[in-house]
Design a protein around this ligand. Sequence first.
Ligand code: C2O
Ligand code: CU
Ligand code: CU
Length: 540
Amino acid sequence: MTRAGADDGRKEIDMTVSNDTYPKRHSLTRRDFLRLTAGAGALLAASDPRAGAVAERKPVDLELALRAQPEALALFPGAPTRVWRYTAKVIQGDPASVSALPDTYLGPILRLRRGSRVRITLDNGLTEDTNVHWHGLHVPERMDGHPRDVARPGGQYVYEFEVRDRAGTYWFHPHTHGRTGAQIYQGLTGLLLVGDDAERALDLPDGAQDVPLVLQDRTLGSDNQFAYIEAGMPMMQRMMGFLGDRILVNGRPDFVLPVATRAYRLRLLNASSARVYKLAWRDGTPLTVIATDGGLLARPVERPYVTLAPAERIELWADFSGRRVGETLALESLPFAGGMAMGGGMMGRGGMMNGMMGGRLPNGAAFPVLTVRVARQESESRRLPAQLATLAAADARAAVNANAPRRFGLTMGQMEWSINGRSFEMEAVARDEIVRLDTTEVWEFANDRARMMAMPHPLHVHGVQFRVLERSVARGGEDAWNTVRAGYVDEGYKDTLLLMPGERARVLLRFADYPGLFVFHCHNLEHGDMGMMRNYRVRA
Ligand code: C2O
Ligand code: CU
Ligand code: CU
């Protein structure tokens, strides 16, 4: 099978921080690449049902080589940190489609145009299976990174799809069953930005004023290594999900963003395993939100703070034009309740369980996220558009089951999180997990079943962008809910939805274009890995 420089990648660890997003020793010539991928396509299509190759190879607008491999990076003073990292290279198409964030373990930023056809070949330089899920994108089942579709160590997987999604902030990460949390924790995460003509016409801040901000928490173990909860960790810690005590922005601690006195587009992704952020400017300036998971809102909305659960994205319009050079402004995470509850009673901040599970920084604790420093005077001509996009109304009457939503309870079995009492099974689909192609449905998620251990669950559905119809909370959950709910932004398209203890939500989903098997799951990564995930089938 095809091994594009995989073997040397596994033996050696690169000790340098490279700005080249695709290390030279793995680079392929275009001819090599075409030979390899054509070979992979033919072989996989002929013999392997898990193949990501397409039988018929259409020409593409953009072709990328994406590699996952171990590296060691000097991220903190002292010893280098061993990470797993994505690197990418443009084989064909716009060279600006791949750019690197500086000094980080995070993967490159991929920029895709709506309407374009892309081919991305994953090259697995790890010693275990991996794959790529394009979080938030609407792609065919075999291109979606379902846990059954993986590249073996040293092998490849060819992803090919048309970009049908709205302009917005998406991301990519591995999705191997039971190992997603660990692989993301080691560093396998990248942003994927989709652009289109309608967005371009808005003339939003771009270039240096379009700033990606990836939020993650990590715990540094001995010798600057990322410590993760593994098989031997306390069961209670797995039940909670991983919470690190260091907040990293774009992979760096104590993040400072130098800005000019003008407007910025800040694209925030919460790529943490289990941490929920309650983001606010320290000086009380409201947050101006222009986009959520699935792209631009119809018009900007203001929030006193924004609640950002794992996998959620938010885009802010941040105007620093009224500020003085030298001024600093902190973005922080405010305290909230509902980290978890045991036996019905909420454990407050610093409560015993929280203290045990979150170490020095439990979910709901307050902490600084980053500092904006006004560094330069520059004049600004941009204005925040009053209208950003045209969104169809979220009308439940469009659904085939408007009066009888499909219900999914978030449940807990024998110290195991589940959905409707079921754990993930690789290919299994229950009768109530089958939907019809080309229909619209209402789904209801209910986080009021696991009363013995209530905690937040960010629910994510693959393959669709949905609309939030309504939310409510069970009696007794109001107080905790009230500490986060003003920060929900439900006005636009979403693919991930936070459900606090006792909360229920109804969402409207449309199953267009692609039949097949997709997953939906809790995006608390340890919950997903433990089986809080199910398939749903879109039947043609
Ligand atoms: Cu962000 Cu199933 O994934
Ligand atoms: Cu996803
Ligand atoms: Cu969960």
